[in-house]
Design a protein around this ligand. Structure first.
Ligand SMILES: [Fe+2]
Ligand SMILES: [Fe+2]
Length: 478
């Protein structure tokens, strides 16, 4: 008996090293962050004995069992390194409830494998959303996509110690590739660039997904079948889905309607901040003027389900909160991809194989922008172009602080946005940066952009706050 145990005790950690029981450290999600927090982590087997121990301060005496889900649709590589092999991935979610607003909790997660191998990760903590009037701050991130500079940018953002993280879309390049998300054995992606590895760094006191809930909006790279998107003949909105993304962030999408015309949006209150996450993207791997034209995977025209939901959501948020919208597709941007209006293509009168677009029917300008202005939106933040640009129009800030990794700024991009021909108040892509937003009912909303790299032209220095601006005045009525 002793010999058997001795062999197994030596063997079990070795097996675990071949296929790690934990694919990720824990990450936090919540639609009610003042009283409830979901602690999630990914495992390589169902691990039905998975739980979280937690408590206020350093007391981990309360215990909540995790619910296990299978994440469907991820692949790993075959012997040639091609992503052809389905990979079993499981998600553990423990919902911590009955929490006090504005309180700190510590926690530890545990899973036990089918062979009895037990692993715990601890020393984590989070702060629940505070009550009205309390200060908080968040960082804006987006467009990681395995870019080589993202570890440093995201690490510095984590060192700000945010209360929450807003993510404006494009987490990986191809969601079905498990190795883009986490360290899956045999996959060749750089370990330091995989999504969860980047977003769970702790060096230098960084506090990211394990410590602060994330509120993402889906980008075009959250669509499962990226290869289908390249085929003008094959691709239609009806064939697309965001199944992997919506499973990974399941708490935020309880209905799991990941297909076309599903509900891909949500909102949550975090203290005085009302976070709205919209789904705005379209696809365009071919010339816009050729049939079938650029189609909308996500609809936002007046009367569409997403628009109707937003109208009601903004009414319910009321005027005693700040409102911030995270969305992937930009409304104002110097890039030429917004020259094509965000609207449905029309048959061309001149060209039987062509389409045209009615600029006056741009749904973002015609319908969404007026709703932001009447609905009390303070800021909308974008991703997609991997640039830093910001605009202020009729009291609403439009911010694309997406120079996290690379940049798609083109030398021939026009100086102003072709939407309304407005020019950015700030525009900088000579170095990388991220945005920290501080929110205080007595001070309003103030944003600061921090430089995270020095490029070949030697502009600035790392750690420099190079852009600081006020987004909203103090709230009144407290
Ligand atoms: Fe992107
Ligand atoms: Fe994008």
């Amino acid at each position: 008996m002793y010999r058997l145990c001795a062999v197994l005790c030596l063997l079990l950690p070795a097996l675990a090293a071949d296929l790690p029981l934990f694919y990720t450290e824990p990450y936090l999600l919540s639609l009610e962050p003042s009283s409830s927090m979901d602690v999630c982590w990914l495992t390589s087997e169902p691990a039905p004995e998975s739980f979280v121990e937690f408590g206020p301060g350093a007391d981990d005496s309360r215990k909540v069992k995790a619910v296990t889900y299978e994440i469907e649709g991820m692949n790993t590589v075959d012997a040639k390194g091609n992503y052809t092999v389905p990979l079993k991935v499981y998600q553990q979610i423990a919902r911590l409830t009955g929490l006090e607003p504005g309180a700190r909790y510590s926690y530890r997660v545990t899973s036990v494998s089918s062979t009895g191998f037990r692993k715990s990760l601890g020393g984590f903590r989070f702060r629940t959303a505070p009550g009205a009037g309390a200060p908080l701050r968040f960082v804006l991130l987006s467009d990681l996509q395995l870019r080589k500079q993202i570890p440093q940018t995201v690490l510095m953002a984590g060192q700000e110690g945010p209360d929450l993280i807003l993510f404006n879309g494009d987490m990986v390049n191809d969601p079905r590739k498990a190795g883009e998300w986490f360290s899956a054995p045999g996959t060749k992606e750089d370990d330091s660039l995989r999504f969860f590895n980047v977003m769970q760094q702790i060096e230098g006191g960084a506090r990211l997904l394990q410590y602060a809930p994330i509120y993402p909006s889906p980008g075009n790279h959250e669509i499962d079948q990226q290869d289908l998107l390249a085929s003008r003949a094959e691709c239609t909105p009806e064939k697309l889905s965001m199944r992997i993304y919506m499973q990974l962030f399941r708490t935020l999408y309880p209905e799991q309607q990941y297909g076309y015309r599903g509900k891909h949006w949500y909102s949550a209150d975090f203290g005085d901040l009302h976070v709205v996450s919209l789904a705005l993207n379209r696809w365009f791997s071919w010339a816009a003027a050729l049939k079938p034209g650029w189609f909308l995977f996500e609809r936002i025209e007046a009367g569409s389900p997403q628009y109707n939901w937003l109208e009601e959501d903004l009414k319910a948020a009321g005027r005693r909160r700040y409102v911030w919208v995270t969305q992937h597709w930009h409304m104002f941007n110097r890039a030429t991809d917004i020259d094509v209006p965000y609207t449905d293509p029309l048959p061309s009168a001149e060209n039987p194989d062509g389409v045209t677009y009615d600029k006056s029917a741009d749904y973002l300008m015609r319908d969404l922008k007026p709703l932001y202005e009447s609905g009390g939106v303070n800021a909308a933040s974008f991703g997609h172009s991997h640039v830093y640009e910001r605009y202020r129009i009729n009291g609403v800030h439009y911010i694309e602080a997406a120079s996290i990794g690379n940049t798609y700024r083109g030398a021939k991009d026009p100086p102003c946005s072709t939407n309304l021909n407005v020019c950015p108040d700030a525009d900088e892509t000579r170095f990388r940066s991220f945005l920290t937003v501080s929110l205080d009912a007595a001070e309003g909303i103030v944003a600061e952009a921090t430089q995270t790299s020095i490029e070949t032209d030697q502009v600035g220095f790392v750690g420099r706050v190079w852009d600081r601006f006020r987004i909203a005045p103090p709230l009144t009525g407290y």
